[in-house]
Design a protein around this ligand. Structure first.
Ligand SMILES: *Cc1c(COP(=O)(O)O)cnc(C)c1O
Length: 439
């Protein structure tokens, strides 16, 4: 028997019972439509981590208090070892001695979503299910999440994955990648925007009549099983920097749904040596306007070159507000910078020309934000979070840099397979009908 006090999780909206972590992970969304958060964030001493440890070791130490008292607690080292089979290196840039890239695109689908998707899959594989019927995992994607979740669950028994993506708003390679899996993975191209896909998934998950006929789970960044593992690479990078330089590391995070940034902020809140976290956004103004002092106003997403950040209603905003209940303090602590498409293009072209460094359009929003800080005289150590490999966005990047990009091997293998997808109308009923027809 463990005498550890279990950490319990409740909804950002406050209703419903507090649950253990494995239940929160299995459920995805809380029953009242809110997002699960811990009763309180634990604090962790930087000295608790093995300085020689790999990313998986850092993750197991970091996440242990979050799983305390849960049946998954003893499995956590195994889950981390299974999920984090690739590195998240910090790579120095020649442009400035204190600029480093935190490269999060070395996983199977070449975007940072692999960390969360693989961890979630490793958790769900270990959770006992009372229901013998196959579990349908719903995922709304603006491009990268769907592929990562599909790769993580592909051919897993008794699980199928339905991916909803906005038709025509993902890159050609992303569309190929989403459709290449087959077997237990279905790609649905929705005649709408990412926000439609996200709303449809939330509606299905909240539909108790549908759930009674068909067990459903989510795999969006609303799931704690995706958010928590994303804390690992911030902790690993910041601890490594701190041991070497004795200073905290600051991070600029390309931001859409706020899942990646909230993970970084939580690492700061639990007491690890992270300085400032800044948000780099594309032309979708919801977060930049809010941090400039306007009231929070979710709206429809607009399509940009950084399509995985085309979000008008960031789903993790509720977690951000839970983390910083004092709005004035939150606006002091965080800044969000909006970067339009023309500036994204200029940033990609300039860094390729001057430094021979090629960035994806998402990473380019963060690089541009840092260029601005540097030009204002900021000489602090900054890590730019590189969220995807540029070869995933070749139709944007290659014309700007004037040469083809080498494609990572795992991405090339996916693109070589035949791809298939089905059309879907952008309504909650259309998804419900499709699920029942394919139950
Ligand atoms: C998902 C994604 C983002 C945005 O991350 P959020 O957690 O939604 O803020 C940024 N860049 C890339 C490449 C992504 O796939």
């Amino acid at each position: 028997m463990s005498d550890v006090e279990p950490l319990r999780y409740h909804s950002t909206r406050g209703a419903g019972p507090a649950v253990p972590i494995s239940q929160a992970i299995a459920a995805g969304l809380a029953p009242d439509g809110g997002l699960y958060v811990p009763e309180a964030l634990p604090s962790i001493d930087p000295g608790a981590f093995d300085p020689q440890g790999a990313l998986a070791d850092t993750a197991a130490t970091l996440l242990a208090p979050f799983f305390a008292g849960d049946p998954l607690a003893s499995e956590l080292p195994g889950i981390c070892a299974e999920a984090f089979t690739f590195a998240a290196p910090l790579r120095a840039l020649p442009a400035h001695p204190d600029t480093v890239m935190l490269e999060l695109f070395h996983g199977p689908t070449s975007a940072f979503k692999d960390f969360g998707a693989r961890f979630l899959a490793a958790c769900l594989r270990r959770l006992p299910r009372a229901d013998a019927r196959p579990l349908t995992i719903l995922v709304a994607t603006s491009g990268d999440t769907g592929a990562a979740v599909a790769a993580a669950f592909h051919r897993q028994p008794n699980v199928r994955v339905a991916i909803l993506y906005p038709d025509g708003r993902v890159s050609p390679r992303q569309a190929r990648q989403l459709g290449c899996f087959g077997d237990n993975v279905m790609a649905l191209r929705v005649a709408g925007r990412f926000d439609d896909c996200q709303r449809m998934v939330k509606a299905a998950l909240n539909d108790t009549a549908l759930q009674a006929q068909l067990p459903l789970a989510s795999a969006n960044s609303i799931s704690l099983g995706r958010l928590l593992p994303q804390m690992s690479y911030y902790a690993h990078a910041a601890l490594g920097w701190w041991r070497e330089h004795g200073t905290p590391l600051n991070f600029i995070v390309p931001t859409g749904n706020l899942g990646n940034a909230v993970a970084g902020l939580w690492v700061h809140e639990i007491g690890l040596p992270i300085g400032t976290v800044r948000l780099a956004c594309n032309a979708n103004p919801t977060l930049p306007d809010y941090f400039a002092g306007a009231a929070y106003a979710p709206r429809e997403a607009i399509a940009t070159l950084a399509n995985a950040m085309d979000v008008g209603a960031p789903s993790n905003f509720e977690r951000l507000r839970w983390t910083f209940p004092d709005e004035a303090a939150l606006r002091v602590q965080l800044q969000a910078h909006s970067v339009d498409d023309a500036t994204i293009q200029q940033a990609i072209a300039r860094h390729a020309r001057e430094y021979d460094e090629v960035f994806c359009p998402h990473t380019a929003t963060a690089i541009h934000s840092l260029d601005r800080l540097r030009s204002e005289g900021n000489n602090a150590p900054w890590a730019v979070v590189a969220t995807a490999h540029p070869a995933k966005f070749e139709s944007v990047v290659e014309p700007l840099i004037g040469h083809p990009l080498a494609v990572p091997a795992s991405l090339a293998a996916m693109l070589a397979r035949p791809a298939a997808s089905e059309p879907l109308a952008p309504t909650d009923d259309a998804l419900c009908d499709w699920l029942l027809a394919h139950g």
